[in-house]
Design a protein around this ligand. Structure first.
Ligand code: GLA
Length: 714
């Protein structure tokens, strides 16, 4: 124990405060915001200030002090706590007093500020940890709870973060939906009481609601103006965000693992680290918050966040389970012909006793189906190499069909209840990743494939079932640890894969967008937002995910969903993300194929702007008739504007759309590209000032039409 902690503990035990500690101020700052914590006369820690940075830091002291920074159950507060520990003597209360704080530089350039608090009576400690960055307004916050008692304690609630607000009104935007209907945005005011956004799904945790929110302060959220908190939990499992407005109109936001059925016992001396709550305080509405998240994600969080991405041809919608070696070899050739970087083989290539001819069987048996692929994956990677495209492979390694050899041999590895009939989600069950043997097995699937076929460049890692029949053979008397230990087990596997195969890229998929969190994306280069690839629906789904995730991470494929809509429209929508195709080229007309080939070339030319530039959402698809988004290169030399007419009225009064993010003093050449005949339009020049003040007539009254404009600074 450090000397200051010992001194403090002694003073606190004697019922006195260390005089030097009172009023200690702990600033946690980003380039333009400050979260200032302060020790009160009673030794407890308060949120003194959270807002835009003040020029004179001594004035934080003058701000009206907020509530206790990390409120504990059982003391004098009447609302939702952040922490609830049941002590060994059954005392359910905890009091936390300041011990010390320190700041340390991290290897990625960020700073970690740790504030250590202790319960003087019981000796347990809590570290409140904050990670900040020199160049981006993001704070990551988590806690470490240490059991300093002689016997085990039970954590009942263990939030990652608690934040307090005092604004005239609060408006919460949530993103919920279901399979093929992810991230529908809706906003509602918060009034007295609690609103919770949470998940109890375990694995496919985000199927019904995404693990992120926007909280607008004082007024409903706007795209480019207004103050708002935007936050997300980095946790590939059950999450919970609680928003509680109290009797005085003050709001607390509590974020962390969902404590539902997840009481966690900590043995003597053990500690529990919560996942990171990642947030930004924007004074420029949703748009600024999104751009902040995108910058941070690329630079600091997402696997290979600053690197390029592979365009691809996926066989799922072209073949479903119905393929063989010849068909795949043909598709690999088509990937080459199309001009994409990679061919991705989807579900249906494995299992022999119960061949994977549908989703009813075979999951768990990861050997190639002999009659489909007599020469194994090796023949396919060889063909891909010959064609000069990369090869990717679908796996769903956390799951098992009851109709599989794995299930027959290792039922004890399966999450399933004793004395109950099993029930299935998509005919499958979840393996017990809390069990280290299962972790070894899951790691072994990837390791085995990579060892045998080192030319595999990419995995699509799927996860189609939530945790059902919740019971672990491994956890024994600690059943409430399962939701947490499962995710830790998953990270253990992913850490091992990342360490052994640092260049391996992976797509995070969960029956569409059922797993979309930033801790997961440390291991994955991208995610599959939805199985719904209808381009109109995709405008909404991509709009929703773009609130926090950069285009680079959002896979967007051209398919045959909504065939009534032109290939151009479908491709234009997909070009706003990480472009791919999931379509049979022979179902396309020669003109459509020509269009797609040209679009890929244009995409390759413009992807530094789309994938790495600043995104401005100009017109929301929720407005009904149209949608528009633009991307501006970081040096403002290039921009790409996408415009969609979805359901305009034929007599609609159309107005210009003002562009954003350009250099007002520069002159830009504006040219329509990717026209239906793959040609380009005439070049017209405008100043950035004009484009942002007067705008362009981006829209038409033609239903389901789209246009892409390229802007080039002269
Ligand atoms: C999930 C994925 C799809 C596809 C199928 C295969 O639904 O989201 O993209 O891979 O599984 O079974």
């Amino acid at each position: 124990m450090k000397l200051d902690r010992i001194v403090f503990a002694m003073a606190a035990a004697a019922g006195t405060m260390l005089p030097a500690a009172a009023n200690v101020q702990i600033p946690v700052t980003t380039p333009s915001t400050a979260l200032v914590l302060q020790v009160g006369d009673n030794g407890r820690l308060y949120q003194q200030y959270f807002g835009r940075k003040l020029a004179d830091t001594s004035e934080y002291e003058l701000a009206p002090r907020g509530a206790e920074a990390y409120i504990t159950h059982g003391m004098e507060d009447y609302f939702e706590p952040a922490l609830h520990i049941n002590h060994a003597d059954n005392n359910p209360s905890t009091e936390l007093r300041y011990v010390s704080h320190r700041s340390e530089a991290q290897s990625d350039g960020s700073t970690l500020t740790t504030v250590t608090l202790t319960d003087p009576e019981y000796g347990s400690e809590v570290d409140l940890c904050y990670v900040t960055y020199p160049d981006v307004d993001i704070i990551k916050s988590y806690t470490v709870i240490r059991n300093g008692e002689k016997k085990p304690v039970e954590l009942e609630k263990y939030a990652s973060s608690m934040l307090h607000f005092d604004a005239p009104a609060y408006y919460l935007t949530q993103f919920n939906g279901d399979w093929i209907n992810e991230t529908t945005c809706s906003e509602a005011p918060l009034s007295f009481g609690k609103k919770t956004l949470d998940s109890k799904l375990g694995t496919r945790a985000d199927m019904f609601v995404s693990p992120f929110f926007q909280l607008s302060l004082g007024e409903p959220a706007r795209e480019e103006e207004g103050d708002m908190l935007v936050g997300t939990l980095g946790w590939t499992g059950n999450f919970s965000f609680t928003f509680e407005v109290d009797n005085n109109g003050k709001l607390r936001v509590i974020s962390g693992i969902n404590p539902y059925a997840s009481q966690y016992t900590l043995g003597k001396g053990e500690s529990f680290r919560t996942p990171e709550f990642i947030y930004t305080l924007s004074d420029g509405g949703r748009g600024k918050a999104s751009r902040t998240f995108h910058d941070w994600a690329r630079k600091y969080q997402v696997k290979k966040g600053m690197d390029d991405r592979y365009t691809l041809l996926n066989n799922w919608e072209a073949t479903y389970f119905d393929f063989n070696e010849d068909k795949l070899i043909q598709l690999i050739g088509e990937a080459k012909e199309l001009g994409v970087d990679m061919f991705l083989l989807d579900d249906g290539w494995f299992a022999n006793k119960y061949p994977r001819h549908s989703d009813t069987q075979g999951l768990g048996d990861w050997d190639e189906t002999a009659d489909k692929l007599p020469n194994g994956i090796g023949r396919l990677t060889e063909e891909a190499k010959k064609q000069g495209v990369k090869f990717g492979l679908w796996i769903e390694p956390e799951m098992v069909n009851p109709k599989s050899e794995l299930y027959e041999q290792h039922k004890d590895w399966v999450i399933t209840l004793p004395n109950r009939d099993e029930y299935y989600f998509r005919n499958q069950l979840v393996l017990d990743l809390a069990n280290p043997k299962v972790q070894d097995y899951v790691f072994g699937i990837v390791d085995g494939l990579m060892t045998k076929y080192p030319d595999i460049a990419f995995f699509k890692w799927d996860c189609n079932s939530p945790i059902t029949n919740i019971y672990s053979n491994y956890e024994k008397e600690n059943q409430t640890h399962l939701y947490v230990d499962y995710v830790r087990g998953l990270y253990n596997v992913l850490d091992r894969i990342a360490a052994k195969y640092p260049d391996l890229r992976m797509m995070l998929c969960s029956g569409g967008g059922g797993r979309t969190d930033y801790e997961g994306l440390k291991y994955f280069t991208e995610f599959w937002p939805s199985d719904n690839t209808d381009p109109v629906d995709r405008l909404f789904i991509q709009w929703g995910f773009s609130q926090l995730f950069p285009a680079k991470t959002q896979c967007a494929h051209v398919t045959t969903w909504n065939k009534n809509v032109s290939v151009k429209f479908r491709t234009d929508v997909a070009m706003m993300g990480k472009l791919g195709f999931d379509i049979n080229l022979h179902d396309m007309s020669a003109d459509d194929l020509k269009y797609c080939k040209n679009a890929i070339k244009e995409y390759n030319r413009l992807k530094p702007v789309i994938l790495d530039g600043d995104q401005y959402r100009l017109v929301s698809p929720y407005s009904g008739q149209h949608a528009s988004t633009m991307y501006v290169g970081k040096d403002r030399k290039k921009a790409v504007v996408f415009a969609f007419d979805v359901a305009p009225r034929s007599v609609e009064h159309l107005t210009n759309v003002k562009l954003r993010g350009l250099d007002p003093s520069a002159v830009y050449d504006v040219q329509e590209i990717n026209r239906a005949d793959a040609s380009k339009g005439d070049v017209k020049s405008y100043s950035g000032d004009y484009l942002m003040t007067v705008g362009l007539p981006l829209f038409t009254t033609s239903r389901m039409s789209s246009r892409i404009y390229e802007l080039t600074r002269k």
